[in-house]
Design a protein around this ligand. Sequence first.
Ligand code: ATP
Length: 513
Amino acid sequence: MTQDELFKTLVAHCKEYGFIFPSSEIYDGLAAVYDYGQMGSELKNNIKRYWWEAMVRLHENIVGIDSCIFMHPKIWEASGHVSAFNDPLIDNKDSKKRYRADVLIEDYIAKLEEKINKEVEKARKKFGEAFDEAKFLETNPNVLRNRTKIDEVRKRMADALNANDFAELRQIIVDCDIVCPISGTKNWTEVRQFNLMFSTQLGNTSDDTNVIYLRPETAQGIFVNYLNVQKTGRMKIPFGIAQIGKAFRNEIVARQFIFRMREFEQMEMQFFIKPGTELDWFAKWKEARLAWHKALGMGEQNYRFHDHEKLAHYANAATDIEFNFPFGFKELEGIHSRTDFDLGNHQKYSGKKIQYFDPETGESYTPYVIETSIGVDRMVLAVLSNSLREETLENGEKRIVLSIPAPLAPVKVAVLPLLKKDGLPELAQTVMDELKYDFNCQYDEKDSIGKRYRRQDAIGTPFCVTVDHDSLQDHCVTIRHRDTMAQERVRIEDLHKIINDQVSMTSLLKHLK
Ligand code: ATP
């Protein structure tokens, strides 16, 4: 399958097997809004649990909170979101389609990178064993030309974004001959700023004083509770506050399925530190977060860091952990050194003193912050796109399997009586009763055993347990492993341990040590 086909197959698969549905589907859906079905919500909950336990349970100095979506409107003035949470948008006059100017340029750069990759692949085929990739990249004229172009365009874009120079952004699009993917023309409007926050009214009057925003990030709920948590939890710096919750952004171009939505969920942790130590902590959290991803075993080559050229209004260092999605390497998680920007501004706007008194040195200061911020939905997409594969079996049949990391799988074990009679369903139910308190189980007695295996493969169930006539005598069952399809005969009383060793969250968390 090409990456494009894989992505289409994935979207269809997610719907067919109850992972993700278009929202309001019976009314023809709502753009860029999706609902999680019976399988998707289990997967999402497992991802959230993995993150929460890695943060809050494994770190004695990190605690979790749950703040509201609605917050005092002044918060968004203090945080800079009212004035600076904007995207530069541009319209194509022929197709009437709207784009983010920076995304059009990023896509152009990605195409140039693709050209370089193709050039490398061509040469690799031509030179075979003798191919020296590093040398080729340093000397091939086509590669060098494209590389220079990429560097030039990147620099121009970063400068234009940093200076809020929209005329220059438009000029880059014109100079690079970027055309609208729909109309194919270069008939562009000017570039304008567009604020991404959704607003609504609080209470029953609709004048401006009652305008409040749906939070565009969960982080501010953490900052405004900093004093509450620090005092009531007697927290000593360095310490962190973690939160999982919904965020809303009126994205100009919401696309690529659940990659960019207007309503999504974030897992954010703000780590409060002494000013001057931020670059050390930034490096530590970069490493810790990459380790969290790698522990899932989804391929180390599928992650990379991308340091920001344009820093957000609050940051003095920032990087993204990018994942190799079917549409290329894209941001999965952001790690930002936010300085004292947020706490300092909340102090200014609220008039309340927000400081930390260090009992050891006797000094007071406004803490600096390192933030780690990951989208739950992007994580779901990373897991699903990495897991889906189509295999041809020895007998020529095809099977679709979701090799989801076992601790994240929605269903851990399926219990299947070979036949719907002779006491097999009753024994299978006893097995269910033994397992269901610790693992999400499914009982299935319909159709042939082969069809039942296929159904479980398609939702990523790591184990199928089959109860047959011999089981009535020897109290053993057949356990089948999803990825290898290997089968082994085991005692019913050993099932719990065998399954637990593979699927428990503890086994995954222990990789982080
Ligand atoms: P992008 O550059 O892709 O717009 P961002 O840099 O604005 O993302 P952050 O503000 O750093 O994103 O948000 C932190 C995380 O929240 C992102 O890494 C991503 O996983 C997630 N996220 C942000 N916007 C969306 C969205 N519209 N839909 C789904 N997830 C999102």
